[in-house]
Ligand binder design. Sequence first.
Ligand SMILES: NC(=O)c1ccc[n+]([C@@H]2O[C@H](COP(=O)([O-])OP(=O)(O)OC[C@H]3O[C@@H](n4cnc5c(N)ncnc54)[C@H](O)[C@@H]3O)[C@@H](O)[C@H]2O)c1
Length: 435
Amino acid sequence: MAVDSADLSRRVTGRQASVGVVGLGYVGLPLLVRAATAGHPTVGLDVDRWKLGQLRRGLSYVEDVSDAVMTALAASDDVTLTEDAVALADVDVVHICVQTPVHKATKEPNLEFLLSAMDDVALHARAGQLIIVESTTYPGATEELLCARLSDRGLVVGEDVFVAFSPERVDPANKTHDLSNTPKVVGGVTERCTDLACAYYGALVETVVPVSSTSTAEMVKLLENTFRAVNIALVNEIAQVCHALDIDVWEVIDAAATKPFGFMPHFPGAGVGGDCIPADPHYLAWKARMRGVPCRLTELAQQINRDMPEYVVQRVSDALGRPVDGASILLVGVAYKPDVQDMRESPSWEVAKRLHGRRARVAYHDPHIPEARLNGAVLKSEALSPGLLRDADCVLVLTPHGGIDYDMIQTHSRLVVDTKNVLAPGGVTEGVVRL
Ligand SMILES: NC(=O)c1ccc[n+]([C@@H]2O[C@H](COP(=O)([O-])OP(=O)(O)OC[C@H]3O[C@@H](n4cnc5c(N)ncnc54)[C@H](O)[C@@H]3O)[C@@H](O)[C@H]2O)c1
């Protein structure tokens, strides 16, 4: 017998439904916090015991969740943090937020984590649940992978259980847009699934954008991130052309950005990082390939971005006027993007590895990364000082965190390679080489 979805709808709208979040990382933890602070009893599930231990002690490993907030949640009777998937059987709404990387060598989707999470969710699913996939994946995955598992359990999607995909668009360290004011795209397997998921998110976020299917919602996310990858690759290519033609790419971008329509500035750098942009376009290309549609632009963009660390190393060598072998190089900013403590797929660290691989003497300064492993050795972030800067043969600015004393860098360094145009933007300064 089909369940009464009106009752679930009332409870999600009234923020009384209990919520489970599978995967407490950069996406899942802020979501758990949002649901819990909105009043939902919540269960956070993760397979990583270290993370659970930190959270239970009120310590957050995600910039956008403070220790104070985590301490309050950890102490609340309405929040359960567990590694036991059995707890999912008691919740009304389940979110799947585990990582979806690509295999390093083939760049094909690595679905190991998603499948394992779906196995757990399906195993403990019960009639009356709303299950929402938030992990980025290929178009069709929610239906092919999750619905099939639910159906194997004898649960009819749209009647017994309700399934939707809603891409997570969180932008870590973004000061203006968070979960609550970033529109939430939602696509359900059936109309009832979409309506329920929209009712649920409508009580949590300002704007909900329903779309016609889970595949559409999955594709929305891939379009957004492929758009970024392609545009960043384009500007990285333009930067190389400008350098060859002795044109200042930064001046070109600034001037182009004065066009009031049809242009959106993107900026060159050492490549793309984090767990989304380097991976998501490959999910699109992989699925398209399986249908016989080549995604040439997408794949080429990924390649151009992957080649950027090597280009930066070459520019350092050019600036030094000799191979980097034996040169002391101080990297400024090594996280994958400004103001985060996340090193995943950091192109800046890829530059470090390549320099080190060529026997450069590498040190770094990054206020967000106290230490990092470099080809087996552990490096610690150096405190910036005039002496440290003077001692370096080259200071290489990679990830432009806020709060770094760029004036000090400009004043005391003998040579700076500035990949982000943060030193006296627009001007030509002796000893400063811009990308
Ligand atoms: N990080 C971002 O900025 C961002 C933004 C938008 C979308 N996304 C997407 O959201 C998803 C999650 O990304 P993330 O950055 O939060 O990943 P993450 O690696 O930070 O977190 C994933 C968590 O899931 C846990 N996990 C793995 N398998 C599990 C299982 N079977 N059961 C329970 N827990 C499990 C891991 O231990 C980890 O803590 C990915 O698909 C990613 O592409 C990420």
